[in-house]
Design a protein. Structure first.
Length: 238
């Protein structure tokens, strides 16, 4: 007689998530940035802080969708600035929508740009990067908003885990009164500011109102448990 089959170990092993594999590690002006692969998905880590992965992407797509839908009716070929290339979900979503006239992505980490242009993340973003409407600016978002004179119909910003959890201290100024004033100035009348966050922030909502934005609201992405990812949305009224 064959010994009874013990399925406990098999079940336990099946529940263990795959180990990550480091694909690239770079030191840049803002610290270390790492691209990892875990099973079928990629992860980006900055200075030891998990930023994002390719496991879901609903909130990154929502960032683009709510901004476009909030624009004034009848606005043709609106321009969008996407703050942070990340794993490319927001860029891909924008490129899928024919209504966008110009798509500008600001990314300060050259490594992330390289991973999309000539690395493993090109399988996600290759078509979007080849879109003639798409342009990549290799610069710091905070500095760009402070110094550029160009205006956009929408700013879709996703460079941190949220206003209360920044990747680097220098990003704090983006959510300050001065930083929000720069965002307001960079929008066309009726333009939309959309900010991704890993959790809701009533304090940030109030900061948006204090900065002169109207129509402030928060869109949530439903999750089975825990705190939902959100997109904070605000409009430039004048």
């Amino acid at each position: 007689m064959e010994p009874p089959t013990d399925t406990t170990d098999t079940f336990t092993c099946a529940m263990i998530p795959p180990a990550h594999v480091t694909l690239d590690r770079r030191e840049g002006p803002f610290g270390e940035v790492v691209l990892r692969e875990r099973g079928e998905h990629f992860e980006i880590i900055a200075n030891g802080c998990f930023l994002m992965d390719t496991a879901d992407g609903r909130s990154e797509r929502l960032l683009i969708d709510v901004a476009l839908n909030a624009l004034p009716v009848g606005r043709t070929a609106p321009s969008v600035l996407i703050g942070g290339l990340g794993v490319g979900f927001s860029l891909v979503r924008a490129a899928e929508e024919e209504r966008w006239g110009r798509i500008v992505v600001v990314e300060r980490e050259q490594a992330i740009v390289d991973w999309h242009r000539e690395g493993p993340l090109d399988r996600i973003s290759a078509a979007a990067l080849a879109d003639p409407r798409t342009g990549i600016l290799h610069t710091d978002l905070v500095a760009h908003l402070r110094t550029t004179t160009e205006r956009y119909d929408a700013l879709c910003l996703d460079i941190d885990n949220g206003p209360d959890w920044t990747v680097t201290e220098s990003n704090d100024s983006l959510y300050s009164p001065a930083g929000l004033a720069h965002c307001h100035d960079r929008l066309t009348p009726g333009g939309v500011l959309a900010v991704w966050s890993a959790q809701p922030s009533t304090a940030f909502e109030q900061a948006l109102r204090n900065a002169g934005f109207s129509g402030v609201r928060t869109e949530e992405v439903a999750v089975a448990r825990g705190v939902p990812d959100v997109v904070h949305l605000a409009l430039r009224a004048d």
